[in-house]
Design a protein around this ligand. Sequence first.
Ligand code: NAP
Length: 257
Amino acid sequence: MPKNLNMFSLEGKTALVTGANTGLGQGICVAYAGAGANVIGVARRSCQETADKIAALGIEGQHFTEIIADLSDINAIQHVLAESAKAGRVDILVNNAGIIKRCDAADVSMEDWDSVINLNEKTVFFLSQAFAKNWIADNKGGKIINIASMLSYQGGIRVPSYTASKSAVMGITRALANEWAKYNINVNAIAPGYMATNNTQNLRSDEQRSDEILSRIPAGRWGTPEDIMGAAIFLASGASDYVNGFTLAVDGGWLAR
Ligand code: NAP
């Protein structure tokens, strides 16, 4: 690697990524492994596919560890903390796990509302708090990257609980950055545009909505997990040490319209 790119290296770092078995979380795990980090993936289901993709990179000494946890249960946070400590100090936390419920605002149930807010918002805050407490105590800093959304900026259609949660993610990112930047903890977010993952399966199979969305994306295509890799590495690396509280859109130009 040319010397001036060393600032992007994650060698010697350990990154914990939630929602690591598929989609954007899987892409971020592979990106971090490729940049030299050891990776801990948290998911409800096995992360074997992610482990295989990382193994295929053929990086000697690279470790991938999985922790099975349902992050909709706030008690899972202590389990994740304890299990990850076995793999050593976590330096980078990516709050990626998230769900979306599509429903007319008039019909949203309280149960669905709570399930989205609990995972997308409450767990993001308290998992960040759990790691930041350790980082403040050991005074070695850390990186938190939250996965926001276009609906951190916009209202969206038929996804009000998701919009509420992702708007909160952008606010939480700023609030935590304000308190923790002085401890060398960088809290930032990535706002993906419309990406081809399970999250958008229903949207992409609705021909009319899919056409509407595609025609509005300046890049003219859905994003992929690969598209998010550069921003994720940047925000986890020394290259972003003076970037605090910012939400970086990776959206093919959607917000520029
Ligand atoms: P995805 O393929 O549906 O992935 C979501 C991930 O979250 C999966 O690994 C999923 O695991 C995990 N997860 C869900 N509920 C969980 C729980 N209770 N405990 C632990 N893990 C849980 O969708 P994605 O697009 O990669 O989404 C990743 C993040 O990006 C989400 O926060 C999403 O809101 C955000 N995002 C996506 C887009 C997009 O266009 N795709 C745009 C903006 C933001 P399971 O397989 O077990 O469900």
